[in-house]
Design a protein around this ligand. Sequence first.
Ligand code: ATP
Ligand code: MG
Length: 371
Amino acid sequence: MGHGKDWQQDVLRELAGTPNAETDQPATPPAARPEPPAEHRDPPRESAPSTPPTPRGVRNPRAPVPTPESVPTVDPRLALALGPPRHGDSVARRTGRALRKLTTSVGQEVADQTRLVQELQQPVTTGRVVAVTSIRGGVGKTTMSALLGRVFNHYRHDPVLTLEADAALGTLPVRMGAESVRWSCSDLAHILTPDMRLTDITGYLVPVVDGGWLLPASRGRVGAPLDMRTYRTVTLALRRYFAVTVVDCETLPGEVARTAMDTAHARVVVAPMTAEGVNGTRVVLDWLARLPHSALATAVVALTAHSPDATLDLEAASAHLRETGVPVVALPYDRHLAQGGPIHTAVLGRATRDAAIRLAAEALHRAVRVR
Ligand SMILES: Nc1ncnc2c1ncn2[C@@H]1O[C@H](COP(=O)(O)OP(=O)(O)OP(=O)(O)O)[C@@H](O)[C@H]1O
Ligand SMILES: [Mg+2]
């Protein structure tokens, strides 16, 4: 991993020692039914560099913020190389499921789905933040965040934000289908003021194709990388406007990831379906258990398969993680997700969709109800 061998202890110490400032701080409740987001637009060039009074907790330097250039998320030549989206399930699997549907009772399935939808649609009095992280890179954090953002947006009628909190070059805009990005977290930290309305804010965000909003961490290598202070400033300010914010964090023990984990209302820990991945994730859960605030009680594990040939026993792996009391949801290997590029929900495998819905419901339940 390339980190000092005591980094786990550092994480524990730091999380334990840091007051849970954001979650403990009252936020202005969003209206029961906030006004719908306006059509995405670039804020007029003269409106962006405004210098309103400095609000508490929001940086507002005297210097105006110039409108950044729009940067494509993928080189158009590469976008062509991606090819058409593959369906997550093979034709044989889809046919088999259609046949099974004709012969089996769906009563239990419907009751289960109704419960999950109720969970996903429950009212929130203050914006809830769900942070997604892992102890290894490349295990599916961004993919999971994009799925969660889309599930919340699909089921909720209030605004949902998917926010990238990766200090490195993140891939969330690509996965969310954004063709270009302009404003980043770092820019918004200088722009946000408490008197802004939702429609003012969404002018700085990327509208997601299926609905909802996206805020990238940076403009690739062009912009300033995200830091902890910027993350705190922006998430604290934006919580007033968005019922649910899904945060795609960098890998632990990065500073921004630790801050996001500490200040979120619920945590999704992504574990790859390998012996090392499950083992490392169990270590993370054991630290969470020793934290003073209810970090473990608000955690959910997403056990993710990266290969159709994974041989690790799913039951045994889940049981090992569940010993901590944390629910485990298995995200199966999905051909569409493996393909990379923008995620098209219509071609996701059925089991992938079910897992994403279950995970979103478990996370929101904890974000709202667990103290
Ligand atoms: N359920 C899945 N089925 C198949 N492939 C998957 C699945 N989940 C993720 N992948 C693949 O795994 C790779 C890594 O995913 P992703 O970028 O989401 O990981 P990450 O943890 O965000 O990585 P990083 O640490 O670089 O930010 C991607 O190529 C993605 O296509
Ligand atoms: Mg990522």
